[in-house]
Each structure stands twice: as C-alpha cells, then as structure tokens.
Ligand binder design. Structure first.
Ligand SMILES: C[S@@+](CC[C@H](N)C(=O)[O-])C[C@H]1O[C@@H](n2cnc3c(N)ncnc32)[C@H](O)[C@@H]1O
Length: 269
C-alpha cells in the first residue's frame, strides 16, 4: 500500500484549536475585513508595534474573501449599475452571503462599517470607541461601490477616511484598524504618548524636536532644553493652540466651546 505523507498523533497540553495558526480567540479584539484582496492583509498592520501586537494576540485579524461568495462558476461578485453609467457595482446577494458568514464569527455588538467616501468622517473619537468594543467588521468596496439595498438591510454605517477617492477600501481599512488597534492597552509600549498626541485634547499636537541641538542653523527652542517642566508644558500648549487655530478652525471652535469659551468672541475666526 502506498503511503501519502506521515500521519502522527501526539498528545498536547494545549487545546487543538489554539494550535491552528488562524485560530480565533474569543475575547480578543477582532478586525474582520471583507475584501476581494485578502492578500493585502495584514499589510502595514503586520509591521512594527501593530505587527508585534498581532503576533502576541493582543488583537486578531479575520479576513473574508468576497470571491468565495460569488455567483456561478466564475464566482462573479459585481454587475453593471442599474440605470446605466460607468463601472460595476458589488452585488447585494453576494455581500449578504459574505456578511452572514462574517457576522456568525464575531461578537454581535461589533459595529459593521462600509468604508466609503460618502460616509461620515473617521475620527480619533471613533477609533477610541471602536477600541473599547469587541472589534469591528469592515467592508472594503471596489469599483463603483456596494448595492444600496444591502447597506440599508443591515443598517451598515458608512465611514470615510477623507474627501478623496481611493481605488478600493483596503488602504482605508488598514488606516481605520491601525488607528484603533494602537489604542488597545499594551499595543503601544508607551501609553502616555497616546494621551499627548493630536486630537487627544481636541488640539493638534505641538511641534517635536530631537538631537542635534542645532541643525542647519536652526536651534531647538530654548525652553525645551531648560528642564523647566511647567514652562515646557505652557510652551507646548501655546504651540498646540496656535497650530490648531491656524490650520483647523473647525477643531479650534469645538475646543473653545469645550472650554466654556465663546468661539464668536475669538476675533480671528
Ligand atoms: C472607487 S471607490 C468608489 C467611489 C464611489 N463610486 C463614490 O463616488 O462614492 C471604491 C471603493 O474604495 C473605497 N474608498 C474610496 N475612497 C474612500 C474614502 N475616502 N474613504 C473610505 N473608503 C474609500 C470604498 O470602499 C469604495 O467603495
């Protein structure tokens, strides 16, 4: 009789499912991604701190290949837009099958997001809220996007990365997941850096400097080398306010309101 490979059974103190490289852990923050390009993941999420955290199972990634749920022999996922026009649209029935599978393997309270230039802008506050939940299911669109009926049927939230159009949702998904995962405790070595950075207090972050003390005739602001912590904090706060006021009047208004100040009394707005 021919033998096809080696079959060995050995006792293991660890449960079998934990030995599988793609085994999913209950209670671990989960990024679930529905995509036509699962090979794009983890992508940059597999590098540096998010990559280490992924290996250490501080979070986990579950990619779902939309093609597996396609129609017919060719596994078609898209068709021409009703009413005519350029491009193709992702089919509702195909996405429904992918979603049924996806939602069966994530906590039901995990939000369901379709990345779309039409969506509400993604913010640091949204990243924080997502990081405090069990995870998220994100749908990466392609072509002209997704049939509206499946968005309405599932009550899917549309989230945008900004006022520009990407070719597909994969880069947007990585950005959303990166911004969220780094807020999960222990993912960043230094948690205080999260508290100090842009948006954490409603302001953009102050400028940063490092060695050498003078570069190309430009010196580091003296106060930062003074060792006087109160003065350094005052300088950083003043710079953060200046930059926010100059670059983001929308954030500046909201910041003034959060401080109980009246934005209409700010002459330069
Ligand atoms: C070429 S775009 C589709 C654009 C769509 N026809 C429109 O005009 O709104 C293909 C996919 O890329 C993703 N995408 C493009 N721009 C995005 C953005 N600013 N934010 C989030 N996702 C985006 C979405 O998933 C979208 O379905």
């Amino acid at each position: 009789m021919r033998s096809y490979g080696r079959k060995s059974i050995s006792a293991s103190p660890r449960p079998r499912d934990l030995l599988a490289p793609d085994a999913k852990l209950a209670g671990v923050w989960t990024a679930q991604v529905i995509t036509l390009f699962p090979e794009a993941f983890p992508g940059t999420l597999g590098l540096s701190l998010t990559g280490r955290a992924l290996k250490d199972r501080l979070w986990q990634l579950d990619t779902i290949h939309l093609r597996d749920f396609g129609e017919g022999r060719h596994r078609n996922v898209d068709d021409t837009p009703a009413g005519g026009g350029a491009g193709m649209v992702l089919r509702a029935d195909v996405m429904d099958r992918a979603l049924t599978e996806a939602r069966s393997r994530i906590a039901p309270e995990a939000p369901l997001i379709y990345l779309s230039p039409r969506g509400r802008p993604f913010t640091q506050a949204r990243a924080r809220a997502l990081s405090e939940g069990p995870g998220v299911t994100v749908i990466c669109g392609r072509f002209e996007g997704l049939d509206q009926r499946v968005i309405d049927h599932y009550g899917i939230e549309e989230v945008s990365l900004g006022d520009f159009v990407l070719t597909g949702g994969e880069i947007a998904a990585q950005a959303l997941i990166d911004a969220t995962v780094r807020l999960i405790p222990r993912v960043l070595g230094n948690q205080s850096s999260v508290e100090e950075e842009s948006f954490s207090h409603g302001l953009l972050e102050h400028p940063q400097f490092t060695k050498p003390a003078v570069w190309n005739g430009r010196a580091i602001p003296e106060v930062l080398l003074s060792g006087h912590h109160a003065k350094i904090t005052d300088w950083q706060r003043a710079e953060a306010e200046r930059l926010t006021k100059e670059r983001r009047p929308d954030l500046w208004r909201a910041y003034l309101q959060s401080q109980g100040r009246d934005p209409d009394e700010d002459q330069e707005l």
